[in-house]
Design a protein around this ligand. Structure first.
Ligand code: SF4
Length: 346
């Protein structure tokens, strides 16, 4: 289930439409309202995951710090019925108190817009908050509090050098981030990027056939690198990140780090029949059919024996690769279609 605590974000990334739609002064609900919404979900019988679908959960740090103690108290009184996922900016890693408070409340996952490990591209796109400290350290620091980092990456910033996809894959492997979403830059209407590109005469027309904003969508403007190179890097980075054995090993390494900061009260097993079926399918496909079979059982035993606090999450992450394995083929097909479409349109 999803609820929302805040809207807006104080930063000014050039490509972002959040700040155009909701502004740069984040507004928040009062803690009592958030707790009321959670109570309604609880009364309706919901348990486990709640996604705080904020643009940037820590955009208004003062108000977040007012919410978290009350949220922790509510969780405790109700036997920790929920775990939380949210989206936040990378400067979360600079605030020890905030990370600890989130972990105490039952936050398990945080989506970060890392965008790229290339410093020049971060400067070009005005994502200055990502240039202030090494990004890999920020990921490690957040992970050490038991918060699983999910991350978004973008290819196609102006001036980007060839090999950006490889550098993203290397960064993901270095940090171990299990779920890394990679897409190609798009200019969303009315963003600073959109206005700059319009001024430079670089926005493409005839883009109606594909939904802007989806991960498989190619650029809707003339990039500084050949589109075919960007498309090839996008397809390649997905293949690298979600190849069965490297993915399994990455999830294993990351789960070991994650378990160190994970609180025992967050151990929660969802025993619905669909989860049981999912685990059975996972064991069959990755433990018997695929080339992962030896490593699958070895790593599963290691996690179960040494890091059992994250066993449920480890299995969930492995299950997700059943989706990504197919999805990387889908991306290849979609990109090919769009390249053909764009060559006709130009
Ligand atoms: S940090 Fe995220 S939400 Fe905030 S301006 Fe940048 S992209 Fe938008």
């Amino acid at each position: 289930m999803a609820i929302q605590f805040s809207r807006g974000c104080p930063f000014q990334c050039e490509f972002c439409d959040i700040i155009v739609l909701y502004g740069r002064k984040p507004r928040t609900k009062k803690p009592a309202q958030v707790l009321h919404e959670l109570q309604v979900l609880l009364d309706l019988g919901w348990r486990n995951e709640v996604f705080l679908v904020d643009d940037n959960f820590i955009g208004n740090k003062r108000n977040v710090k007012l919410l978290l103690p009350e949220l922790q108290q509510w969780q405790k009184q109700n036997g920790y019925p929920f775990s939380f996922t949210t989206e936040a900016s990378v400067d979360l890693a600079d605030d020890e108190d905030l990370m600890q408070a989130m972990a105490r409340c039952g936050f398990r996952r945080v989506f970060l817009g890392i965008e790229t490990p290339d410093q020049e591209s971060l400067l070009v796109t005005q994502k200055l908050q990502n240039t202030r400290a090494p990004l890999a350290q920020a990921v490690d620091r957040i992970t050490s509090h038991g918060l699983q980092v999910m991350a978004g990456f973008i290819l196609g910033f102006d001036g980007e050098q060839p090999g950006a996809g490889e550098r993203i894959a290397a960064f993901v492997n270095q940090t171990g981030i299990p779920l890394a979403m990679v897409g190609i830059l798009q200019a969303l209407p009315n963003t600073a990027l959109w206005h700059r590109l319009a001024k430079e005469g670089r926005l493409l027309k005839n883009q109606d056939n594909f939904d802007v904003g989806t991960i498989t969508h190619l650029l809707n403007f003339v990039p500084t690198r050949p589109i075919a190179d960007l498309a090839a890097e996008l397809v390649q980075v997905f293949s690298d990140l979600y190849a069965p054995i490297p993915y399994l090993e990455r999830v294993y390494r990351y789960s070991c780090k994650l378990s160190i900061g994970r609180s025992p009260q967050l151990r929660r097993w969802n025993q619905s029949s669909s989860i049981v079926l999912g685990v059975l399918i996972l064991c069959w496909r990755q433990g018997v059919v695929r080339e992962t079979r030896w490593i699958f059982w070895k790593r599963l035993a290691q996690i179960a024996l040494n890091h059992s606090l994250v066993l449920d999450e480890y299995l969930w992450l492995l299950m997700l690769n059943e989706h990504f394995i197919d999805y990387k083929d889908f991306i290849g097909e979609q990109i090919e279609l769009q390249l053909a479409f764009q060559s006709l349109a130009l």
